[in-house]
Structure formats: structure tokens, C-alpha cells
Design a protein around this ligand. Structure first.
Ligand code: PEP
Ligand code: MN
Length: 349
């Protein structure tokens, strides 16, 4: 349930509500809005609990949260959540674009791509160092050496980095390098992993499982939130249907549905949702038109030579064109592109 405080409620009154929740064996979560403060309470939803709070000084109302996901719901947090990733803010009125190769393959590949996507208008660099591949015989990623290269690319461009984590034991090492921990589609319901990233304070990009419902995605987000990490972004990356013309089917409906049900930022991945570079620009435009807060796009300098997902990767020139188109759509719906990160001046030697 959500305990809504009066606009004028004092810190002491808010503190008394937190203490009462704890005394009742519940977990209070502070939600500081621009207008007023509220306290979400999870744990034992005993009916008597409402009476325990409604009489406390400073309390305006106590409302039940009807959805199974609590902390992820709009009822709990009516305002859009903004997630800070390095110098970039995701959520709110500005659109962000994350871009880079499916996998980090070499120093020259990641540095060249990082500079190219920055030049084209990207706000963050993606690249997998630990790769979840369908076949055990496919390239599995460069591992920690790939993380080192991503960090070098960030130093050169100022772009924060997004990279995948596949197991709880790797959360700590990947957090040392990454600005955003990506949870891949195949791991959306890996509860041990959700728990581990929930305990870290790193921003998380949680991808929808290829056969997960929207509510299951929100319940997966709830795991991360309930373990204390509020910095969660959701990613629609296409779902598996009977259609074979594309790798997955972009669930464009998921964008307005998610925006309606949750306060968390929504990012679209048209690369995986279509699986063909020819369709990426079109779905990128449609996603922003539908209300997505950002995009994650696979870009490779020579897609034909890519070690993974070359067929769905844009060349830098096309990517630059896509960013221009997306900016035009953003403007048409009263939004704008976020400013790009600026590179801190390097000390002269
Ligand atoms: C990826 O981002 O390269 C990836 C493996 O994505 P997904 O988990 O959505 O398949
Ligand atoms: Mn990929």
C-alpha cells in the first residue's frame, strides 16, 4: 500500500510513518515527489495496517496498490523515474540513444565504433563482453579484456557504457567497469541474478524475455527494485511469435502499455526485435513515436565481419541517418534529444 503524506508533512511525521511500518514488520520505501512525499509499504498487507497509518499526523491517505508489482507500478510512483547513467539522464522528456556492437571484438573495432556513434549523436556505448550465445561453439565474448576495452572507449569518448552481466558472481567485476548492467532476454527470470543486481547500486537495463508477458517483465523489475536498486530501465527487444520473416516480432504495444503501468524508463531495441538491419530505422522511428524514452542499437563498422549479430547491425553512416530521423520524430511529439556527454578535458602532458 501507499501512504500519501500531506504537502506540509514534516520530516518528523514522515519518520514516524517509517518507524510504524518497521514496527509492524513491513518494509517502507520513501518516494519523494515534486509535490509531496509518499511511503510505499511492502511486506505483510494486513487489513488492520491501514488504520495503523491513517491516524498518524501528516498522513493524507492510505491507498492499496492493486498490481502484483508494487514498487514498479505507477500507482506507487506516479511521476516518471529518471535514471542517471554517468552524465546522462534517462527518462523524462529527453530521448537517449545507446549504440555499439553486439560484442566487443578487438581494440580497434570498439574504439572505431565508439568514435563513430558519438559523432553520429549517441549518448552511451553498448558492447557485450560476456555473451549469451545459443550455441556453445559460437564466440562467447572477450570477458574482462573486453571490459578493459570498453573502459578505454569511454575514456576516449566520454560515453557511459552498457554491457551484459550473465551471472551473480560477475556482478562485482562488471560493475567496476560498466555504467549500466544489462540483463539479457535469456536471463530475465534468473532470480539469483536479479537479486544480485538489486543489491548493487548500478543502473540496470532489464530486457524482456522473448516469451515473457509485460507483467512478467514488471515482476522481474520488481525483484531488482525490492532488493534496493531503484535505477531500473526496461527494454522491449521483440517477442517470439509464429512470424519467421523477422528474428522476433517488435511488440510496439509494449511501449504505451509499459508507460501506463510503470514509472520506469522504456527503451526499445529494434536491432534484436527485427533481426535485420533494413528494418531497424523504421522500428526506431515507430518506437519514439509510440513514446519510448530511448533506443539501443547495434552498430558495427564492418557488419559482414561481425562475430555476432552482423545481419542486424547498422553501419555508422546509416546509424547517423537514423539518429537524425529519430530527432525529427522526437520534435514532432514535443520531445527532444538529450544533450550528448561532453568529454572532460584531458590534462596536458
Ligand atoms: C544483446 O543485446 O546483444 C543481446 C544478447 O540481447 P537479448 O538478450 O535481447 O537477446
Ligand atoms: Mn546482439
Amino acid at each position: 500500500m501507499l501512504i500519501v503524506m500531506n504537502r506540509e508533512a514534516t520530516q518528523k511525521e514522515i519518520g514516524a510513518v517509517l518507524k510504524r511500518a518497521e514496527a509492524l514488520g513491513m518494509t517502507p520505501h520513501l518516494v519523494v515527489g515534486s509535490e509531496r512525499t509518499a511511503i510505499g509499504v511492502t511486506g505483510d498487507p494486513r487489513p488492520v495496517a491501514r488504520d495503523q497509518f491513517i491516524q498518524l499526523p501528516g498522513v493524507l491517505d492510505v491507498v492499496p496498490i492493486t498490481k502484483p508489482y508494487k514498487l514498479a507500478s505507477r500507482e506507487f510512483h506516479p511521476e516518471d523515474t529518471q535514471v542517471q547513467i554517468g552524465p546522462i539522464r534517462v527518462g523524462g522528456n529527453q530521448i537517449v540513444v545507446m549504440a555499439g556492437p553486439c560484442s566487443v571484438e578487438s581494440r580497434s573495432q570498439i574504439l572505431e565504433t565508439a568514435h563513430a556513434v558519438k559523432e553520429a549523436g549517441a549518448h552511451a556505448l553498448r558492447g557485450g563482453a560476456f555473451k549469451p550465445r545459443t550455441s556453445p561453439y559460437s564466440f562467447q565474448g572477450m570477458g574482462v579484456a573486453g571490459l578493459e576495452l570498453l573502459a578505454e572507449a569511454r575514456d576516449e569518448t566520454g560515453l557511459p557504457i552498457v554491457t551484459e552481466v550473465m551471472s551473480p558472481s560477475k556482478v562485482e567485476i562488471i560493475s567496476r567497469y560498466a555504467d549500466v548492467l544489462q540483463i539479457g532476454a535469456r536471463n530475465m527470470q534468473n532470480y539469483a541474478l536479479l537479486h544480485a543486481v538489486g543489491e548493487s547500486q548500478q543502473p540496470v537495463l532489464l530486457k524482456r524475455g522473448m516469451s515473457a508477458t509485460i507483467d512478467e517483465l514488471l515482476m522481474a523489475a520488481e525483484y531488482v527494485l525490492s532488493h534496493g536498486n531503484r535505477k531500473v530501465m526496461l527494454c522491449e527487444r521483440g517477442i517470439r511469435t509464429y512470424e519467421t520473416a523477422t528474428r522476433n516480432t517488435t511488440d510496439i504495444n509494449a511501449v504505451p502499455v509499459l508507460k501506463n503501468r510503470t514509472h520506469l524508463p522504456v527503451i526499445m531495441d529494434p536491432s534484436h526485435s527485427t533481426g535485420h538491419w533494413e528494418y531497424v530505422e523504421s522500428i526506431a522511428r515507430a518506437s519514439i513515436a509510440a513514446g519510448a524514452d530511448g533506443l539501443i542499437i547495434e552498430v558495427h563498422p564492418s557488419p559482414n565481419e561481425a562475430m555476432s549479430d552482423g545481419g542486424q547491425s547498422l553501419k555508422p553512416k546509416r546509424f547517423a541517418e537514423m539518429v537524425k530521423q529519430v530527432a525529427a520524430i522526437a520534435e514532432a511529439i514535443g520531445r527532444e534529444m538529450a544533450p550528448q556527454p561532453v568529454l572532460a578535458a584531458q590534462p596536458s602532458r
